[in-house]
Design a protein around this ligand. Structure first.
Ligand code: NAD
Length: 473
């Protein structure tokens, strides 16, 4: 299967191609065009030229295109899930979940398109404002460069393309090198849904060439990036005055108070730690359990982990499959080895089957070990005892990241205290930090990023406020 770039509504070949391999079998699944600098410029030009047309498209029409996309995606749910499973080694049942969320994301985007509005200003609250009427409008920001990661190749594209179209913007999308097929699939559906030529352009190739060109172009008004902190920080430094939103990584943690019913929460915690092989930005990486229930929790968590089925992503039974690339597998094994040298103990896992790292539970991990303080992005979780909730809060806040955190407790005062003290973008009470539905405001503090996604909030980021004042004198 030889793919083509999508520029100005046309499918275009490239001079160079690279082989896309399945992370699970390492067999070739497609040839992916590597856009040249000039082709990226053409894509930017197409988006730039379509700005005025898109900005004047009525809200009901923007919503209709997105609603049509929702219908098409519903019809092709299985095909879409298989594409994700194939290119990302995401277990099929998780991939089906991602497609269902993608459908919801575009549905929310269609709804949001119809409620973009400003507010009236009480002009006569100032002595000098008497006799004037003032109000704000939200106008599209223009050309948006969207750069997306591999781990939710369809839904994270939706979190950028959906609100961008809803708000009347145009887009140049650069999907992750390992997961271009999901992005091209959505481009095909949007073409079928009647999106005018040039509004969405998809260019694939190396981040350093394609991504960097987007970031440095004067014709791009905003970069919306989801990916690793190091790349995000580099983008921010090069973007000049462009608006930049960054959705970056984390080492999310949960606190488990005494008195928590472990039987109900253990399956949630196991899912939060190992879903998509731990390659989730809010994957549960650190579990802090009250010492009174630590032994019980540890034993039940390991027993539940043992039940996970590892293997082929295209099998519906599989819970955990291959990491995204062999170097990621090697890095994960190295981090496990290092933490063991620093005193940690492997309760289960720590070994491989082909490209699959078996779900790994670590105990006695030093808080300075990479497994604890960096983003592990692999099926590895640590469990650590705490004697007070305060200690758990301290551990969670002792991180350069701050995306989401969770706390399980039956005590409302403890829950309230934790929600005040945890320094993160979102606190989940009686839930794992991995909880997310797509309309909620989502984003982090510290090195987890700036700006918020979630359709209403993304539309806010992707529009500019304009003030209008009428002098009635
Ligand atoms: P990555 O940073 O390696 O790549 C992300 C995107 O950036 C890709 O499209 C890549 O090609 C591109 N890129 C690479 N170098 C670039 C450069 N110099 N200039 C411009 N673009 C460049 O991330 P990844 O490995 O694909 O994804 C994993 C990371 O994404 C993790 O850190 C994870 O936590 C994060 N993530 C965050 C969220 C969130 O919403 N906060 C969601 C999902 C993933």
């Amino acid at each position: 299967m030889k793919k083509q770039l999508f520029i100005a509504g046309e499918w275009i070949a490239s001079e160079k191609y690279s082989e896309l391999l399945s992370p699970f079998t390492l067999e070739k699944i497609a040839d992916i065009p590597q856009a040249s600098g000039e082709q990226v410029d053409c894509a930017i030009e197409a988006a730039y030229e379509s700005r005025a047309m898109m900005a004047s498209m009525p809200a009901y029409q923007r919503a209709e295109i997105l609603e049509k996309l929702v219908r098409l995606l519903k019809e092709k749910e299985q095909q879409a899930a298989e594409i994700i499973a194939l290119e990302a080694a995401k277990p099929l049942k998780t991939a089906i979940g991602e497609v269902q969320r993608t459908i919801e994301t575009y549905k929310f985007a269609a709804e949001e398109a119809k409620r973009i509005h400003g507010e009236t200003i009480s002009m006569d609250a100032a002595i000098g404002g008497v006799g004037r009427i003032g109000y704000t409008l939200r106008e599209p920001i223009g050309v948006i460069g969207a750069i997306t990661p591999f781990n939710f190749p369809m839904n994270l594209v939706a979190h950028k393309v959906g609100p961008a179209i809803a708000a009347g913007n145009t887009v140049v999308l650069k999907p992750a090198s390992q997961t271009p097929l999901s992005a091209y699939f959505i481009a095909e559906l949007l073409e079928e849904a009647g999106l005018p030529k040039g509004v969405l352009n998809v260019v694939t190739g190396s981040g350093r060439i394609v991504g960097a060109r987007l970031v440095s172009s004067d014709k791009v008004n905003m970069i919306t990036f989801t990916g690793s902190p190091s790349v995000g920080i580099g983008i921010r430094n090069k973007a000049g005055l462009k608006k930049v939103t960054l959705e970056l990584g984390s080492n999310a943690g949960v606190i488990i108070d005494k008195g928590t019913n472990l039987n109900t929460i253990i399956p949630q915690c196991v899912m939060g730690a190992f879903s998509n092989q731990g390659q989730v930005c809010i994957s549960l990486q650190r579990i802090y359990v009250h010492e009174e229930i630590y032994d019980d929790f540890k034993q039940k968590f390991v027993a539940e982990t043992q039940k996970l089925v590892c293997g082929d992503p295209l099998s519906l039974d599989t819970d955990v499959s291959a990491l995204i690339s062999p170097p990621d597998l090697e890095r994960s094994l190295q981090w496990i080895k290092e933490s063991v040298a620093e005193g940690a103990v492997i309760a289960i896992g720590g070994t491989t089957e082909g490209n699959v790292l078996l779900p790994t539970v670590m105990l006695d991990v030093n808080s300075h070990s990479k497994i604890s303080c960096q983003e592990v992005f692999a099926p590895i979780v640590l469990i650590h005892p705490i004697s007070t909730i305060e200690e758990g809060i301290k551990y969670i806040n002792d991180s350069k990241y701050g995306l989401q955190a969770g706390i399980y407790t039956n005590d409302i005062n403890t829950a309230l205290h934790a929600s005040n003290k945890l320094h993160v973008g979102g606190v989940m009470i009686n839930d794992i930090p991995t909880f997310r539905v797509d309309q909620m405001p989502y984003g982090g503090v510290k090195e987890s990023g700036t700006g918020r996604e979630g359709l209403k909030y993304a539309v806010e980021e992707m529009t500019e406020m304009k003030l209008v004042i009428w002098n009635q004198a």
